[in-house]
Write a protein that binds this ligand. Sequence first.
Ligand code: ZN
Length: 320
Amino acid sequence: MTKKILHHPRSGRYLAWAVVGLLLVFPVITADVGGAESKSRGPIIDMHLHAFPADFLGPPGKLNPVTGKPSAAIATEEIMAASLANLKRFNIVKAVLCGPDRELLDKWKAASPDRIIASPMINGKSSPQDPHYNIASLRRDYLAGQLGAMGEVTAQFQGLSPNDPALKPYFALAEELDLPVGVHMGPGTQRGASPLRMSLGNPLELEEVLVRHPNLRLYVMHAGWPYLQEIKALLHNYPQVYVDLATLPWLWPREEFHYYLEGLMRAGYGKRLMFGSDQLFWPEAIEMAIAGIESADFLTEEQKRDIFYNNAARFLRLEQ
Ligand SMILES: [Zn+2]
């Protein structure tokens, strides 16, 4: 749980984004008044939102890698309040909230019980005695409805394949309880001495897991970037698998994100792509992520609605 999991590159060289980011800071604070925006926009499901204590992975006030500025929300409670306000403002009706701290997950859920689907992060290295990772206590909390999904599974940051034996009990539990499971595959910025290995982010590392657990409701986070061919191969052979597009719409160069997204669309997977913000410490990232999808001119409005809502609603089996 104390292991580093931050995995997003610094890409402050995009000056245009810095300007956009500055413009976003103020609206975040006053987000609750954004009724017009939420009414004019169709509903959105965020499959990849984070709840971290502000001092997680370093002191509070971390710089938004795109804007180069800290968010207007600095403290843990401020980040929660501003993020929840942005969910409301942008008509995000459900959000899978991933975090390492169960008390904090509970706090977010209590503040917005209809929107938040609490989801414990699983790293594959922590002691099974820790209640956060203990199978029996997890089962109890899932059955009680306190938790609703599993992930982000961050084994890649520990230098583990998702196929590592340490993760077997978690995938078995998810299959038994029919839970959505998000597995981080792909991006990492812990360069140098970190245990993360880019090779372990290859989506095909999931193949044995999917064979062993044919009923697992698995989604590949970050769409397995940069493994475009491999994620297509996985989606081809395992039609139950979905992906989220988290991080890429706002932290990646726009052209690269659109190139990757277009590749998935061209291959015919437009019904299995789901929006994710990957809000970490910066609530403004939610709007930035939405903009990354909205600006994809090659998508029809219907395809955007699929990515923003319809695909995730089907994957989560929301009643409609
Ligand atoms: Zn991730």
